[in-house]
Design a protein around this ligand. Structure first.
Ligand code: NAD
Length: 362
């Protein structure tokens, strides 16, 4: 029996985690769930949002299904989600965005895959607080990275975030995107950057993207500046196939792409490294819906479907995806966000939508 860590998260996390676990079990794949806690609830009792045993469980099992975890805005602890990806070196965040028949959207036939670099960029966590004298680390970093302005010891800084983009990290993620394209028969990879402005970081990302692309003559390559990419995705999403980009742009474009296929309730994802993988939805913990049995479980259920594929359970993954697609196409047992009118009283709850998917599976 395959052991998988299940991180229940916080906010809406526990509800959608339970719905997903039931759907995966209903496929008949035998999984021994190692249930672990992380997030604001466990922070209150244990003083840390990521207990060591949770991390160890993911290290041991090498595969995890993770529900969302809240990150305090502006203050408080750093993102547990980012910490997990960095600590386990889950460098590739893969987010397929696909239209399912019956979903409320202005767009049909969207079939994009966003590949986001997960460990570098402004998410590296190298930040310096406004008004504090520049630390030796900041001085070293800025003076190494910046070409002209040198900072001296004792000088006060403004708020500073450092954006590391390495040749190695870029080569790794762009290669991943091309290998993914080849494996899944996709035709084109688009590298997204802001190399016109950030010449030493995004310039490097573009240069390395071009270099990697030369090794894949069978796959078309192009690049886009990120602001133009946003407009193009809204106007002509059918022109794009696999998109590879840096961490922050990938985060933002993920939500944009989710909007094309019916919203965050429909956007699954996977964080993949050489040593393991953590599967999670694009969306967050939506705290205002906590405990209401209201939100759409599909993004996490489809993340579970991606996990089944990763585990080699292709038939179970196909059946689960079809069951989800059938329930959505029928449009009856779906949550509020999938109804034409969001106040539709016939919308069902999280667990009832999972029940309908399980009934289809059987
Ligand atoms: P969010 O994704 O939690 O929610 C934004 C809005 O999207 C919700 O108010 C809701 O209207 C909609 N939504 C999200 N998930 C939905 C679902 N399953 N079904 C239906 N509608 C859904 O984003 P936010 O409010 O910006 O962030 C809330 C918290 O989640 C923050 O603390 C943030 O840091 C965290 N977060 C965590 C992760 C993660 O765990 N990987 C990812 C993103 C955000």
């Amino acid at each position: 029996m395959r052991k998988v860590t299940l991180i229940r998260g916080d906010g809406i996390g526990p509800e959608i985690a339970e719905a997903t676990r039931r759907c995966i079990d209903a496929t008949g794949v035998k999984i021994a769930w190692d249930v672990q806690e992380a997030g604001v609830d466990v922070m209150e009792t244990e003083g840390t949002p990521m207990p060591e045993r949770t991390l160890q469980s993911v290290r041991d099992n090498k595969v995890a299904l993770k529900a969302p975890i809240t990150t305090p805005v502006g203050t408080g602890f750093r993102s547990v989600n980012v910490y997990l990806r960095q600590t386990l070196n889950l460098y590739a965040c893969v987010r397929p965005c696909k239209s399912y028949v019956g979903v409320r959207s202005r767009y049909q036939d969207i079939d994009l895959v966003l590949v986001r670099e997960n460990t570098e960029d402004l998410y590296a966590g190298v930040e310096f607080e406004k008004g504090k004298p520049a630390t030796a680390e900041l001085i070293r970093t800025i003076n190494r990275l910046s070409t002209d302005k040198k900072i001296r010891t004792g000088e006060e800084t403004t708020g500073v975030s450092i954006k590391p983009i390495s040749v190695e990290g870029t080569r790794r993620i762009v290669t991943y995107a091309f290998e993914y394209a080849r494996k899944y028969g996709r035709k084109k990879v688009t590298s997204v950057h802001k190399a016109n402005i950030m010449k030493h970081t995004d310039g490097l990302f573009l240069e390395v993207s071009r270099e990697v692309a030369k090794g894949y003559p069978d796959i078309e390559f192009e690049d886009r500046i990120v602001d133009n990419m946003c407009m193009q995705l809204v106007q002509k999403p059918e022109l794009y196939d696999v998109i590879v980009t840096e961490n922050l742009f990938g985060d933002i474009l993920s939500d944009l792409c989710a909007g094309l296929v019916g919203g965050l309730g429909m956007a699954p994802g996977a964080n993949i490294g050489d040593e393991g993988a953590v599967f999670e939805a694009t969306h967050g913990s939506a705290p205002k819906y906590k405990g209401q049995n209201k939100v759409n479980p599909v993004a996490l259920i489809l993340s579970g479907m991606l996990m089944l594929r990763y585990l080699g359970e292709t038939d179970a993954a196909d059946r689960l995806e079809k069951a989800v697609a059938d329930v959505i196409a029928e449009g009856k047992d779906v949550t509020y966000d999938m109804k034409p009118d969001r106040d539709d009283p016939t919308a069902v709850g999280t667990s009832q939508m999972a029940d309908a998917i399980i009934a289809r599976l059987k």
